[in-house]
Ligand binder design. Structure first.
Ligand code: NZQ
Ligand code: ZN
Length: 389
């Protein structure tokens, strides 16, 4: 195991009706806030009314900024920054999924500086302060409700880039599994796939003797595999949603990467796809992850065998570990398909003609390599995207 430091300061309020506590949580930090949300699902479900009632009760005033799109855009972040500065707002409340939360995090960093927050996403400087953020989560997926990450798309050049900073850990996140009941099946599948991907990125490591976190990750994966079919069959299965929602947070709140080094290459490759084609992040991961695995599994056959046997119940065959490793990859792909996702770019109507461009974008035209389990350069990314095509 590697040396590590661990902190996760986000207060989680989990369970039925927990959104009723949003006003009192917000008021601990500020009485004038930005209320940030997406394209309208929170109004259709009645959540908006419940949240604003709770804010009123706590004496909190708000300025509204809705309209966050999936793959949240920099231009709306700039609007939010302007509103925070103009009205001297003291907290950003994100009500929605990863896109709304990531947009809120960007605004939180941008509201306290003179320059453009996009510079942080380009790696020019690091944030030194941010407004506090709170969240009411409506889709278990990105894990942004308790993560250090924010991913924003700049419409100029369609660059999708991330920042990680402890400053943007939400102060609190409200997780009521009932809020997921209204999710379309496609978003359920994308969310579960993203959670699975966060676990896979951590699982495939070169660090040895990480038995505890291996087992915790495996347990979280098995929970997803058993619970996802239940919510797809019955969208109001509170117990199954509870498991998935908590899995989504646990998968990405940094506990499961303690003492190990994650890979993250599949996420970087996927961000190029969703940055250009504006597809759902989870849908992109269902395409990239199987391709990445088919490209790298020989790097550590034993780790793939362990994963296949423990997570996917593949029967051990000591005389043919290669077949065991490959069977795990096949079962994972079948799991994504069973939720209604496709696992090839061509099935998404994404032509293979921009593979070179995507490979160039994520390797800075071949000048940079990335990934940890296996380091990837320009040619590797091209090969992986061709496997995904
Ligand atoms: O905009 P509304 O109308 O709310 O509709 C949303 C959106 O269309 C809808 N939705 C959300 N909750 C709903 C609902 N519809 C009905 N009922 C509900 N309860 O679902 C759609 C997708 O929402 P979005 O927020 O985009 O989903 P997700 O949580 O998957 O977030 C994806 C974004 O997070 C980034 C991704 O790259 C992507 O941009 N990620 C952020 C990470 C982080 N900050 O740590 C890590 C992840 O790896 C990921 O990269
Ligand atoms: Zn993800």
């Amino acid at each position: 195991m590697e040396n590590f430091e661990f902190i996760n300061p986000t207060r989680i309020l989990f369970g039925k009706n927990s959104e009723e506590k949003v006003g009192e949580q917000v008021a601990l930090h500020s009485k004038t806030i930005l209320l940030h949300y997406g394209g309208g699902s929170i109004k259709a479900s009645g959540l908006f009314d419940r949240v604003t009632a709770s804010l009123k009760k706590a004496g909190v005033q708000w300025v509204e900024l809705g309209g966050v799109q999936p793959n949240p855009r920099l231009s709306l972040v700039h609007e939010g920054v302007k509103l925070c500065k103009e009205h001297k707002l003291g907290l950003i409340l994100a009500v929605g999924g990863g896109s709304v939360i990531d947009s809120a995090k960007a605004i939180a960093m941008g509201a306290v500086i003179e320059g453009d927050v996009w510079d942080f996403y380009l790696g020019k400087g690091e944030p030194v302060a941010a407004l506090p953020i709170g969240t009411v989560l409506t889709i278990p997926a990105a894990g942004s409700e308790a993560s250090t990450g924010t991913v924003i798309t700049n419409e100029e050049g369609w660059l999708k880039r991330a920042v990680n900073s402890e400053l943007i850990y939400p102060r609190f996140s409200i997780l009521n599994p009932e809020l997921a009941f209204s999710l379309p099946k496609f978003q359920v599948a994308c969310g579960v796939t993203d959670i699975m991907a966060h676990l896979l990125e951590r699982y495939f490591t070169n660090v040895q003797h990480v038995e505890l976190t291996d087992r915790l990750i495996e347990a979280t994966m098995k929970t997803l595999i058993s619970q996802a079919p239940l919510v797809l069959q019955n969208p109001k299965d509170y117990d199954a949603w509870s498991e998935i929602m908590w899995a989504g947070t646990v998968a990405h709140n940094n506990l499961l990467n303690t003492g190990r080094v994650g890979d993250w290459a599949s996420h970087e490759i996927e961000h190029e796809i969703s940055g250009i084609y504006d597809i759902a992040h989870g849908a992109g991961l269902a395409v990239v992850f199987p391709a990445w695995m088919k490209y790298v599994w020989k790097h550590d056959v034993n780790r793939f065998v362990q994963w296949s046997v423990r997570v996917w119940n593949v029967e051990m065959d000591v005389f043919n570990p290669e077949a065991v490793a490959q069977a795990g990859i096949e079962r994972m792909e079948a799991f994504f398909q069973s939720m209604g996702l496709v696992t090839r770019l061509s099935e998404m109507d994404i032509p293979a003609d921009r593979i070179d461009e995507m490979a160039a974008k994520c390797t800075k035209s071949g000048k940079r390599s990335f990934g940890s389990f296996v380091k990837l350069g320009y040619e590797d990314v091209r090969k992986i995207l061709n496997l995904a095509a």
